[in-house]
Design a protein around this ligand. Structure first.
Ligand code: KG4
Ligand code: ZN
Length: 333
């Protein structure tokens, strides 16, 4: 009998629903909330209200595109955390209700686990143990992934996440939120002519808050001489910032690979959609003789396909939960 799992993701500002049918992603619908760009960041109250509006149409679209009815489903999976409480509540309550109504098993998923498991959606897949650098709006970490359910974090940010570094730079440059994709595009037409200092963080941990401060001071100084400095040099500024962020990430990944001796290495999370990071990672992999793995673009930023793929691993082991589950905004790996 076929296995069809419906997965729901609503941890931040994207409402997403996906169906995985017999191990293949049959649909992955994402309803993005453009409204936050005018506020310069995600407004939690607005996000949860939008999820409430978007969730039923998004689930319908996911089922339609997969060509199945809700009666064909084998299980329902949902993101339990980490994320925004109000946003998570919408997804968890919806999933619990649907599972109850359809008498289906319920599967809870850790969003950060799922970002890594996105590496198992398509071929080729990494072999265990592998290293994964997960870079998103709220997290930046390197993990040794021992198996489908077990990963050990060996490095993490002590302050801002890499995505935050992009987004906060965007604020300084008056770019819309989220600034990561915008900086990525602008950087492609620039050169890394401005050098920002490298954080002095030992071991495998990261720090990005100093970079933000140095960008702020740099801009203030330049604007004193040329009030239009940002406008006149936007592409070069973006390219310089992006180059520094990518350099910080890649250096730690090289260090982690050396220390662990692991050669299968992946990147995941929203920032892994960055073309500068993808190129630098593939180039480094060639030099270091790594086997490099990157999810398809649409499986890097928040999506329910990664939730569905992780759910299939749990379904196979019958790792189900009861109706008493609640969201956990600070859920850890
Ligand atoms: O994984 P994700 O979609 O959501 C979280 O779990 O946080 O990551 C969102 C982050 C944002 O900070 C966004 O600016 C960044 O990923 N991002 C990018 C790119 N696309 C998304 N950063 C740099 N370049 C991109 N192309
Ligand atoms: Zn995410």
């Amino acid at each position: 009998m076929s296995v069809h799992i419906l997965a729901i993701e609503s941890s931040c500002d994207d409402t997403s629903a996906s169906v995985i049918s017999d191990g293949k992603i049959a649909s992955n619908m994402v309803a993005s909330q453009k409204i936050h760009s005018q506020y310069g960041g995600v407004v939690p109250e607005v996000a949860s209200r939008k999820h409430q509006i978007n969730i039923i149409p998004t689930v319908h679209q996911a089922l339609n595109q997969a060509g199945i009815n809700k009666e064909d489903l084998s299980a329902i999976a949902v993101t339990k955390g980490p994320g925004l409480m109000g946003s998570l509540l919408v997804g968890v309550t919806f999933a619990k209700t649907l599972a109850l109504a359809l008498r289906l098993p319920l599967i809870e998923i850790n969003h950060m686990h799922a970002h890594v498991m996105a590496l198992f959606i398509d071929e080729p897949k990494p072999n265990f143990p592998f290293l994964c650098l997960t870079v998103s709006g709220g997290h930046t970490q390197i993990a040794i992934v021992n198996d489908e359910f077990n990963m050990e974090i060996i490095g993490r940010t002590i302050d801002d996440a890499a995505g935050e570094a992009f987004d906060k730079t965007g604020k300084l440059l008056d770019l819309p939120y989220p600034a990561g994709p915008v900086i990525d595009k602008l950087a492609a037409a620039g050169t890394p002519k401005y050098k920002f200092p490298e954080p002095d963080i030992r071991g495998l941990d990261f720090s990005f808050s100093g970079l933000k401060t140095s960008i702020l001071y740099f801009l203030q100084k330049q604007i004193k001489n040329d009030p239009d400095f940002i406008k006149n040099n936007l592409e070069d500024i973006c390219c310089s910032v992006q180059t520094r962020i990518v350099d910080i990430l890649i250096k730690k990944l090289i260090k982690a690979a050396r220390e662990t001796g692991i050669k299968d290495i992946g990147i995941a999370g929203g920032v892994s959609a960055n073309s500068g990071l993808r190129n630098a990672f593939l180039e480094t992999a060639g030099i270091q003789h790594w086997n490099a793995f990157i999810p398809k673009f649409e499986y890097c930023t928040d999506n329910a396909a990664m939730i569905a793929r992780t759910a299939l691993f749990k379904y196979e082991k019958k790792m189900f939960v009861g109706q008493d589950i609640t969201p956990e905004p600070r859920l850890r790996l």
